[in-house]
Design a protein around this ligand. Structure first.
Ligand SMILES: Cc1cc2nc3c(=O)[nH]c(=O)nc-3n(C[C@H](O)[C@H](O)[C@H](O)COP(=O)(O)OP(=O)(O)OC[C@H]3O[C@@H](n4cnc5c(N)ncnc54)[C@H](O)[C@@H]3O)c2cc1C
Length: 406
């Protein structure tokens, strides 16, 4: 078996695995990237992430992805908090307050599938990346010199792949995390989120490209997803006992949308899906030569758009450290710093903020709702406080804090 003592095995060509591979390759490190999906079904993935925060855009730019994504996305500098009752605006935040903090004072609404499609093209073209599509990772072993990943290749044969380190970018169901017996600590919300994709221009009703809508009975999120032609996504909570077939019946979807925004005529619904939301962080991000990144290390509610963003931030942090180890500029212990930095961000930023975001939108106590909304309004109106708020919501503060962790 060839030794490949200097290469990194990355499992999963999701946004995290691909960004990690491209960054490692840029640093001169050889990568073997293993992905279960093949060319024939790679683009048939369920719609997921779509909002890319400023700090992530800087990273995507550094690996040549931003220029490919901007023309395929929507530049959105502003987002709103709204009250569902009377469709009233509570507060609007403008990323322009971050003009001295980032080259990208806006978010880019660009779906995960477009990111992985463009990143996959770059990975295919990179001589340092050996891309193994239609190859399923099944298990691994590690020893003092490296790791051996067991995979099932496109011919259906078992194959062993050797490398120096193995990174799990496999997503929430990570085999690596389970094999390492690492607890995935946290909880799962009892209610599922219903996503309805609609062809409609909600801006004509005063909405921004991203809207967080507060309501004691049925909070929601509304995002401009792509266009033209316009595609928007509306998220609603559902009761745990509600039947999926009943929830997604066309007349039930229309009735729900009409309650949300009475237009008097049917919405053009182009898709729907129901998903379960978890708030979990792996107890450890690293054991020996096996490392977790992205959803395999942490999962959270999409309210605030932090899952994929923070996963890409993991990837960049880790790539620099792995490259330094392989160039013999750093010892293996820098991977413990990766864990300290990124686990801190997962717990103190992404978990804390997404849990808080949901609580804010769903708050039932009228006095607390009033106080929260006034606080948001005052924050948005004061440039200093608005900037501080945006530094947190866009994850810039999380990166600065992580940098200070030794
Ligand atoms: C409705 C919804 C909306 C969201 N919106 C946002 C948002 O706006 N912003 C945001 O930041 N996040 C958002 N998220 C979260 C985001 O989608 C995830 O955090 C992100 O996709 C995680 O990326 P990943 O690369 O870690 O894992 P994944 O995207 O899950 O990719 C994992 C990859 O690994 C492959 N794989 C898995 N197992 C194996 C195996 N055994 N062998 C080989 N390959 C394997 C899979 O095929 C896949 O390609 C949203 C999530 C949902 C559900």
């Amino acid at each position: 078996m060839p030794q490949f003592s200097d290469r990194i095995i990355v499992i999963g060509a999701g946004p995290v695995g691909l960004c990690l591979s491209l960054k490692l390759a840029q640093e001169g490190v050889a990568v073997c990237l293993i992905e279960a999906l093949g060319d024939d079904n790679f683009l048939e993935q369920v719609p997921r992430a779509g909002t890319n925060h400023p700090a992530t855009l800087e990273m995507l730019d550094a690996i040549g992805l931003y220029e490919r994504l901007e023309p395929r996305g929507i530049v959105a500098p502003r987002f709103q908090y709204r009250e569902r009752q009377d469709n009233a605006l509570i507060a609007e935040f403008d990323h322009a307050h971050l003009k001295d903090d980032t080259r990208f004072p806006y978010v880019l609404q660009c779906e995960r599938i477009k990111i992985v499609e463009e990143a996959l093209k770059l990975a295919k073209a990179h001589p340092s990346i050996e891309l193994r599509l239609a190859t399923t990772f099944t298990s691994f072993t590690q020893d003092a010199d490296g790791v051996t990943a067991q995979v099932t290749n496109p011919a259906g044969e078992d194959e062993a792949i050797r490398g120096a380190y193995l990174v799990s970018g496999e997503g929430a169901r990570s085999i690596v995390r389970k094999d390492l017996d690492i607890a995935f600590e946290g909880f799962t919300y009892p209610d599922r989120t219903l996503n309805i994709e609609v062809a409609y221009d909600f801006r004509t009703h005063g909405f921004a490209e991203r809207n967080y809508i507060s309501d004691p009975d049925e909070w929601s999120n509304l995002f401009h997803w792509k266009g033209p032609p316009d595609r928007w996504r509306v998220h609603f909570p559902t009761e745990p006992e509600e039947d999926e077939a009943a929830l997604t019946r066309p007349d039930a979807l229309q009735a729900r949308l009409q309650r949300f925004l009475p237009t008097g005529s049917d919405f053009d619904i182009v898709g729907t899906n129901l998903y379960v939301v978890h708030q979990r962080v792996a107890q450890k991000f690293r054991k020996g030569r096996a490392i977790l990144a992205g959803d395999s290390a942490h999962v959270n509610s999409p309210i605030g758009a932090m899952g994929m963003n923070s996963g890409i931030h993991d990837a960049f942090n880790l790539a620099e450290k792995l490259a330094a180890i392989l160039r013999k500029e750093a010892g293996d212990d820098v991977l413990d710093r990766y864990e300290r930095q990124r686990r801190h961000v997962a717990v103190q930023h992404t978990q804390a903020q997404t849990i808080r975001n949901k609580r804010l939108l769903a708050e039932k106590d009228p006095a607390v709702r009033k106080k929260n909304h006034e606080e948001l309004r005052r924050t948005a109106e004061d440039p200093k406080r608005a900037r501080a708020f945006l530094l947190r919501s866009s994850l810039i503060e999380s990166l600065r804090e992580a940098e200070a962790i030794q």
